[in-house]
Design a protein. Structure first.
Lengths: 204, 326
């Protein structure tokens, strides 16, 4: 029981330390990408690969709103044929950077998820992204590793416990999508004309 | 450099009930569709502080007030951009007087491009509302408010204009069969006459109080047409178009004229079930609903009129290119 309680309370304390400003900055950059029609690429390994796929899914589908452009999001963890082809032929460290080389354009967004911040293929992808003048968002844990100083905006989870870092990365994904979903909700379904335009002025 | 693509539209039913003088009294509604013909607005920052506006003419000025293109001028004023940009507009069809809603398409597209330039996220609803403000309030154009909304939202849509000033919209979801039928059975011909809509629309506004019964019936038909589309009863849609056009001609004497009536009758005799002049009337494009098997006969009957093949467009205004070299 104590171990269970401990997991929950430590997780809670770690969440309390998240930088609200960084989260807001990420949401802002993603909304900009939406209006520009920029592509959003999400990537990571292991649990982070799963979060990457989950993120691309939610960002594409759950944010759809009448009268606003759709997000163009894909995860680079989902095309196993291409992923394994690059891993097999070019080396595992190139699985993301090579996919980016085909698809990325300036002003696109790359979201790099790595608990340690030291995954070689993630670092290579971020370097490629910078070369193509894309904006890079990082989700990190532990001490942030090599990744943290390389990204434009980072959300850092201050914990050495891999489970907690991955929990919070997934939670962040949901928090971001939910916020985006709610941001324009009030203005979308019913539209009101400006009040200073009375009917009479057009009747005569 | 930003490029915004905004669709033109064909107004199908309910035109006239979107005038504020009418719907603020008893509510209005229209059925209208965006089409795959567009106006493109580009915007790019300049090295110097001047404003350059390119369309059929080119303007190079230092101050917003010197701009002759009134829609661009007022869009700039509303968004607060006052120096150092280059704006151009390009269209798939000659804009002036087409009846395809081009003035609102330009306004919505220009506002969208300018907000994108400022990095602001603006939903379709606000683009439409602000385009209405510019065209009706600022420039005093006599017109309804359907064009601004369809340009911003796209799709085949039903709009309701409520007496309290609210506008609601619903996208009509078409089965793939319905989509095919509509894309195949509508034909669009250029009458060869470009007209300015404002005098016709002004006449409509002046006549409004005496035409309440016609407008009520036009409104009713918009509901019926929506029903016909949703139940996939397409031939009755053609017949409805015919009835609605007969009624619409009574709103203002200039909506139709001798040559247009002749074209329309020729098309009807050749197999068109119904049709109308898109937009205010008086010229521009003639829309016809023609079952597939009669389409060649109609083309022959309208011998010499230029046809514009088109399809329904799903999307409203959108940025198709947005890249700033910083």
């Amino acid at each position: 029981m104590e171990i269970i309680q401990n997991y929950i309370s430590v997780l809670q304390r770690t969440m309390d330390q998240l930088s609200r400003e960084s989260i807001a900055a990420v949401i802002d950059v993603l909304q900009q990408a939406r209006t520009k029609g920029s592509q959003i690429f999400v990537l990571g390994n292991g649990g982070s690969a799963s979060t990457a796929s989950h993120f691309a899914c939610d960002l594409s589908k759950n944010t759809r709103q009448e009268g606003l452009p759709h997000f163009r999001a894909i995860a680079l963890t989902d095309n196993m044929a291409l992923f394994s082809a690059y891993a097999n032929d070019e080396g595992y460290e190139n699985v993301f950077s090579e996919q980016l080389a085909s698809l990325i354009k300036p002003e696109d967004i790359v979201i790099a998820i790595s608990a340690s911040g030291n995954s070689k293929n993630v670092i290579k992808a971020v370097e490629a992204a910078h070369q193509y003048r894309a904006t890079v968002i990082g989700f990190t844990g532990f001490d942030g590793g090599y990744l943290k100083p390389l990204v434009d905006i980072n959300i850092h989870v201050n914990s050495d416990i891999i489970e907690h870092v991955e929990d919070i990365h997934l939670m962040l994904e949901h928090l971001i999508v939910k916020t985006i979903k709610d941001q324009f909700r009030s203005s979308v379904n019913v539209r009101t004309l400006p009040e200073q335009m009375p009917a009479e002025s057009f009747a005569d | 450099m930003i490029i915004v693509q905004t669709p033109l539209r064909i107004s199908l039913f309910g035109g006239g009930t979107d005038f504020r003088a009418f719907f603020m009294q008893e509510g209005g509604c229209v059925l209208s569709t965006a089409i795959d013909k567009y106006i493109f607005v580009t915007i790019k920052e300049r090295f110097d502080n001047k404003l350059r506006i390119g369309y059929t003419q080119t303007e190079m000025v230092d101050d917003i007030d010197q701009i002759h293109h009134d829609l661009i001028r007022e869009s700039l004023r509303l968004t607060g951009i006052d120096h150092g940009v280059e704006i151009t507009t390009m269209a798939d069809i000659p804009s002036e007087g087409s009846g395809l809603g081009s003035s609102s398409t330009v306004t919505v597209g220009a506002l969208h491009a300018m907000y994108a330039y400022l990095g602001e996220i603006v939903p379709a609803e606000r683009l439409a509302r602000e385009a209405c403000t510019i065209e009706i309030e600022t420039l005093h154009r006599p017109m309804g408010i359907q064009d601004q909304y369809i340009a911003a939202y796209g799709g085949l849509r039903f709009f309701e204009f409520l007496p309290n000033g609210q506008v609601t919209t619903e996208k009509i979801r078409l089965s793939s069969e319905a989509q095919r039928a509509l894309n195949n059975n509508f034909m669009l011909f250029f009458t060869g006459v470009s007209r300015r809509s404002s005098s016709i629309l002004q006449e409509q506004v002046d006549n409004l109080k005496d035409r309440l019964n016609e407008l009520r019936e036009i409104k009713q038909m918009a509901h019926e047409a929506r029903c016909a589309i949703e139940t996939e009863n397409f031939d009755s849609l053609g017949t409805l178009l015919h009835r609605s056009w007969e009624l619409k001609k009574r709103l203002a004497g200039t909506i139709s004229n001798g040559p247009i009536n002749e074209m329309y009758e020729a098309a009807r005799s050749a197999g068109a079930l119904g049709g109308k002049i898109s937009g205010a009337g008086g010229g521009g494009f003639l829309l016809l609903y023609v079952p597939w098997e009669f389409q060649n006969k109609v083309r022959m009957a309208l011998n010499g009129l230029q046809e514009l093949p088109f399809r329904l467009e799903e999307d409203g205004t959108k940025a198709i290119f947005n890249y700033r070299r910083s």
